[in-house]
Design a protein around this ligand. Structure first.
Ligand code: DOR
Length: 434
């Protein structure tokens, strides 16, 4: 039973395609792309964009350990609804994903859920303590074939540990991914350090807490030749560090989150725990620099840092509530609303940031491109559709978003994962293989 997606704007930055065309899906693959195509079944995509499924480089799934907040199945459902066909899961679970057995469990649970490709990241250090190396080789060779390693949630404080780990990762062409944060500078910080933190009487996290580690890691990447990926970069200085590293030809990449290009520290004026996140929301100068970095190619990917937290834990004074916010179900809309409709980036660049480049960086075959004969991982979205963010409608198990009630444009209509429809008219479905 073939299916033809009729009359959508087919945008695939990998092949530089951007044209109104039909796409035929058959036997789990893209059978044809062109004009006036026929299939056994038809889905009208007029006015919508047909794009490769999105790939999130940064998802916290909370399984194992905090299944009350998110499971691999619920994160997969949230991801599919957001137009994703692959998510890279962060290792700060309980137990930590620092061994082959944990990453293989995450990988297997992802396959069982069957809604997106679940690609586990492994820890750099045992139990994220930054002291002893995790079982990197075993994770790389495991069924999960781990490629990206990070202690995300924490920065690696010890420069020698960072250097040795980078050297070791070279053997697997692994990616050293850093949560850039110098603890000594960031300790007990609740928000970005600036005028507003002083006014609110909250301890701040200076931009330099991120920038010092970013600069150190770039120096070590140069020394070792290791691939370096800087997670959720949030400051003008870090954008500049990445820009210069790229100009030097170093293997350095970076991602930015929708909340860092959408919000500023002003969201904390009411001491709203939903706006507490790490790295913190910065001021407008930093936000602008991040947008500039996304536009000019310095920043390679938009990643969500989807970080589910239980309501009772978020409902505490700022000082005690955990940092983090959901991202999978709002990323496309925030990208389209804040960056595309404002004319800061093109739609094609948005798709490159959400899909093409993250798929390439993670080395995911069958993701991030629309090609005849390729695996049918794709999404269809209406860039003009207006909707209001309603956390109650999320497929995530958690509700912690600062975007509740926000009017946005850009809605996922349909998604297909290996030729099975996972989202139809914005709702989750478990479709038959097309
Ligand atoms: O805000 C954050 N929350 N930043 C991180 O790096 C970790 C994440 C979490 O796991 O909740």
């Amino acid at each position: 039973m073939s299916l033809v997606l009729k009359g959508g704007r087919v945008v695939d930055p990998a092949s530089q395609r951007d044209e109104v065309a039909d796409v035929v899906i058959d036997e789990g693959r893209i059978a044809e792309i062109g004009k006036d195509l026929k299939g056994d079944d038809t889905l009208d995509a007029t006015g919508a964009v047909v794009a490769p499924g999105f790939v999130d480089m940064h998802t916290h799934v909370r399984e194992p350990g905090r299944e009350d907040e998110e499971t691999i199945a619920s994160a997969s459902a949230a991801a599919a609804k957001g137009g994703y066909t692959a998510i890279c899961t962060m290792p700060n679970t309980d137990p930590v994903a620092d061994s082959a057995s944990v990453v293989e469990t995450v990988w297997a649970l992802g396959r069982e859920a069957g809604l997106v490709q679940v690609v586990p990241a492994g820890a750099l250090s045992k139990n994220l303590e930054g002291l002893k190396m995790a079982d990197i080789g075993e994770m790389a060779r495991s069924a999960a074939r781990v490629r990206l390693f990070t202690d995300d949630g924490r920065g690696v404080q010890d420069a020698l540990f960072a250097r040795r780990t980078m050297e070791y990762l070279l053997a697997f062409d692994g990616i050293y991914a850093e949560h850039c944060e110098v603890d000594a500078l960031a300790a007990d910080g609740q928000m970005h350090e600036g005028e507003l933190s002083a006014k609110l009487g909250l301890r701040g996290i200076p931009a330099e807490a991120e920038e010092l580690m970013a600069a150190r890691d770039v120096a070590l990447a140069k020394l070792t030749g290791c691939r370096l990926h800087l997670l959720h970069i949030s400051t003008a200085g870090t954008v500049d560090i990445v820009r210069r590293a790229k100009a030097e030809g170093l293997r350095v990449t970076a991602e930015a989150t929708p909340h860092h290009f959408t919000l500023t520290d002003a969201a904390l004026e009411s001491y709203d725990p939903m706006a507490k996140v790490n790295p913190p929301l910065r001021d407008d100068t930093h936000r602008e620099a991040v947008i500039e970095g996304l536009a000019d190619g310095t920043i390679d990917a938009i990643a969500t840092d989807h970080a589910p937290h239980a309501q009772e834990e978020k409902d505490q004074e700022l000082m005690f509530c955990p940092p983090g916010m959901l991202g999978l179900e709002t990323a496309l809309a925030l990208t389209v609303t804040e960056l595309v409709h404002t004319g800061r980036i093109t739609l094609s660049r948005a798709i490159e940031l959400l899909s093409t480049t993250p798929a390439r960086l993670l080395g995911l075959e069958g993701q991030g491109a629309l090609e005849v004969g390729g695996v049918a991982n794709l999404c269809v979205f209406d860039p003009a559709a207006e909707w209001t963010v309603d956390p109650a409608a999320f497929s995530s198990k958690s509700r912690n978003t600062p975007f509740a009630g926000r009017a946005v444009k850009g809605k996922v209509l349909h998604a297909f994962f290996i030729g099975r429809q996972t989202v139809r008219d914005g709702e989750l479905v478990i479709g038959e293989l097309v």
